[in-house]
Design a protein around this ligand. Structure first.
Ligand SMILES: [Zn+2]
Length: 161
């Protein structure tokens, strides 16, 4: 039996936090973007105010894009796909200021969790000693695993399923 059952828990928590932050930020920015866009369109009717109108609309669009990136980063962290993308998304999340900075705070916690859970993404754990090669490899991650393993010690894949 595996003693490493909590494999990936930090990145999972970070992923959930980022998804919540991303959704919050997205709601905030869709509403804000709509308001900014409306004000922007109004301003664009005013001669000489086209510059300000463009800035307002661009701000709204950037906010929505940042929110979507944060959300995608959360999904990436849950799937442990790309550590760099999840890390970048949590940094981007800091600037989303959804629901008056709640999404920024969640992103900060996610950033810390992702930063310290790098090995969860790559399955690298220096404290774990490599078992003797048996010729059996995990069909999920391709790493050598003990002959009698029922759960992959690297990726947590359950072979009994
Ligand atoms: Zn595996």
């Amino acid at each position: 039996m595996s003693e490493r059952k909590n494999n990936g828990s930090m990145s999972t928590a970070a992923g959930i936090l980022l998804i919540i932050a991303g959704i919050m930020a997205l709601i905030t920015w869709v509403v804000a973007g709509f308001l900014l866009g409306t004000v922007g369109l109004g301003l664009s009717m005013v001669p000489g105010a086209e510059g300000a109108a463009t800035i307002l609309i661009v701000c709204g669009v950037i906010g929505v894009i940042l929110s979507i990136l944060t959300l995608l980063g959360g999904i990436s962290a849950l799937q442990k796909k790309s550590w760099k993308f999840a890390l970048a998304a949590s940094i981007i999340g800091l600037f989303t200021i959804g629901f008056y900075f709640i999404s920024s705070i969640l992103s900060l916690i996610a950033l810390i969790l992702i930063a310290i859970s790098k090995q969860e993404f790559y399955g690298e754990d220096s404290s774990y000693t490599e078992p003797a090669t048996t010729g059996r490899v995990c069909p999920n991650c391709g790493r050598p695993i003990p002959m009698d393993a029922q759960v992959c010690p690297y990726c947590g894949k359950n072979f009994k399923e």
